[in-house]
Write a protein that binds this ligand. Sequence first.
Ligand code: NAD
Length: 440
Amino acid sequence: MKITVIGTGYVGLVTGTCLAEVGNDVLCLDLDPKKIETLKAGGIPIYEPGLEDMVQRNVAAGRLHFTTDIEESVAFGQIQFIAVGTPPDEDGSADLQYVVAAARNIGRHMDDYKLVVDKSTVPVGTADKVRAALAEELARRGAAIEFNVASNPEFLKEGAAVEDFMKPDRIVIGTDSERATQLLRQLYAPFQRNHERLRVMDVRSAELTKYAANAMLATRISFMNELAVLAEKLGADIEQVRHGIGSDPRIGYDFLYAGCGYGGSCFPKDVQALRRTGQENGVPLRVLDAVEEANDAQKQILVNKLVARFGNDLEGRRFAMWGLAFKPNTDDMREAPSRTMLDALWAMGASVSAYDPAAMDETRRIYGERADLQLVDSPMDALKGADALLIVTEWKVFRSPNFDTLKSLLKAPLIFDGRNLYEPRAMREMGFDYFPIGRP
Ligand SMILES: NC(=O)c1ccc[n+]([C@@H]2O[C@H](COP(=O)([O-])OP(=O)(O)OC[C@H]3O[C@@H](n4cnc5c(N)ncnc54)[C@H](O)[C@@H]3O)[C@@H](O)[C@H]2O)c1
């Protein structure tokens, strides 16, 4: 099938590449010429395991193409995926300007049937707006061309995006059109050979499903984070509690890890946008208000522990930070807890030496050169002469360090672990002052 994907970010590039991988002819459009140049030159603009090889293979096979030319992209695919960003607006709602602009571009240039598919995470009612924008552009041209709009939210996880797309838990399709259903069923057939994964539903339910999924996951995290704070006070161990409740199949083990808060490009903005939708409709979403409040507090938790130890004048002190990305296996730093911590530490006069396996360039892009941030080439380099180590992202490479070396490099054997990577008792036995989350 001939497919256009609009937006080549984390979602668009993975979608386009995976659809090419199973034999489709795919053209990816982005308005950012630098991204398209990088892709045309055989590179990829993001860090995502397994993606670069797959892009190169499909480009070489002639199935995957990149462009900044809107007319070309509209003419190309019968199916047009909209996978552009939906960042938070000032009031917390999702900013739909990029989605609507993409829809208008299609309406302006299409000259045969198009199925327009919203893959971006968009509030309920967006498909109606996309349909209206297309209809308006067609009317302006006096063109009567048939089209359908469907919702197909994406559930991939950064860091495992290729695997998630190729082997999805479910493929949610929202549409009231039989033609759209048939086209998407055909497109996704290669991804559900093992068993039926398609959930066809009405558009509004599909749009809400994506927010419901992210809000539920964020809720589990905030719930465990608050319990972790309580566990610390009570002398209980949140890891034992996690095992104790996770064994109940109604609860399960996933997404129950206490830590230093969730971040990323999805949970924070999607929780905010869903709360906003609730407000606009006169339906208070009290649970989600608390989820967000708890998360804001949790992002400060390592800094609070550090202040309890050192006081809040950190002038002249330097801290090592392991992990900058909002989670492992990505370079994405949107809303990352590391950023909250860096700001707090800098505000108190401290400097930071930091290491992340993938997010160093992104950190440089965000903060530029500054005297109170030293970006180093290895985890151990960050430790030299530091007052303490803060562990912020649970990259595998941090799980089993040489603790003797670690101890010899730090000024004092002091670790604030926001991801509970080590056993508290073992750490104590090795002579560390070790502060995990929710553990004695
Ligand atoms: N990142 C994730 O893990 C993830 C997972 C599921 C869903 N989503 C959702 O998918 C959407 C995209 O997220 P992302 O992380 O890929 O965003 P992103 O910011 O990485 O990429 C968006 C891209 O769209 C391009 N763009 C904007 N307007 C355009 C236009 N009119 N025409 C062509 N290109 C345009 C931008 O230049 C950018 O490259 C968001 O709604 C997000 O909530 C993201």
